[in-house]
Ligand binder design. Structure first.
Ligand code: FES
Length: 291
């Protein structure tokens, strides 16, 4: 398919949709002009409504910007901040970040599209990330993803990567995704809900977990902070936590390293093994030339 002249330039970035006006309409395959509805949709995307980012979000953005010597360095936490508002990074979110940080929409979009943690379509209340990287896949990760997709799908259509069961953002809605290695290979197959770990999973335990989420329950992760929801986690990732110590602790405290992960260190401690000390005549590392 070829697109008409309005899309032919190289300067059109995500969030910078160009729309032809008046008689200068786009032509698709030389056949038909854009419909009025399609034109209006593109105009809406090009001029998103930023009112969803109210004074409290503008104030938080200012706090983030103040944490860095250069305002543009605040982009990653800013993107988590806008994701905490809408559950994904919309065109409005891209434009909000660009305005706040004095960047172009294309510069912000380049970052959004690089990092998989920034979602470009609305997500569920919970994000379930199933590790289907090599080790977990062989231990059952692929089977877990397939089973969840079938269980959460409707009318015989299984969910796929980044598909959502229920209405995005509504209570009990769940988005599933494939995840690359989650750095918990010793506990595989693993999955995460809103980036909290559930170790040693099976298709059956994963189905029980998502059913509990759909009922509004928050089963305790195997390790890490108590379970919350995707938007709340996005706000934490942006760097905002409750200020009083007790509430802060209740949001972040949880079991940390797993027994399996510490087994080697524990064996060494039990048997009194220690690493040999460095011999005194060990040659010094060569000087590294200053840049
Ligand atoms: S392969 Fe799944 S955590 Fe490493």
């Amino acid at each position: 398919m070829s697109l008409g002249k309005s899309y032919g330039g190289s300067n059109v970035g995500v969030g910078e949709t160009h729309v032809a006006a008046g008689p200068e309409v786009d032509v698709v395959d030389g056949a038909s002009a854009l419909s009025r509805a399609e034109t209006e949709r593109l105009i809406t995307e090009a001029t998103p409504d930023l009112s969803v980012f109210g004074p409290d979000i503008v104030a938080k953005a200012a706090i983030l910007i103040g944490r860095y010597p250069e305002s543009r360095s605040a982009l990653l936490p800013m993107l988590h901040l806008v994701q905490s508002v809408e559950g994904h990074v919309s065109q409005a979110g891209v434009q909000f970040c660009a305005q706040q940080l004095n960047l172009t929409n294309a510069e912000v979009s380049a970052v959004v599209t690089f990092y998989t943690m920034f979602k470009r379509k609305p997500c569920g209340e919970h994000l379930v990330s199933v590790c289907t990287n090599t080790l977990c896949a062989m231990l059952g990760g692929d089977a877990i993803f397939q089973r969840l997709g079938e269980h959460l799908g409707e009318e015989g259509r299984p969910l796929g990567h980044e598909d959502t069961s229920g209405t995005p953002g509504e209570p009990g809605s769940i988005t599933i995704e494939h995840a690359e290695c989650l750095a918990a290979c010793d506990l595989g197959p693993v999955l995460q809900v809103n980036y909290e770990f559930y170790d040693n999973q099976t298709p059956e335990s994963a189905v029980e977990l998502v059913d509990a989420l759909r009922r509004g329950e928050k089963p305790a992760p195997t390790r890490g902070a108590p379970l919350t929801d995707l938007r709340s986690v996005a706000l934490q990732l942006a760097g905002f936590f409750p200020e009083d110590e007790a509430t802060y602790r209740s949001h972040v405290d949880g079991p940390s390293a797993a027994v399996e992960t510490l087994r080697g260190a524990q064996l060494a401690a039990d048997r009194g093994w220690t690493a040999p000390t460095m011999p005194e005549n060990t040659p010094a590392l060569p000087e590294v030339e200053k840049k």
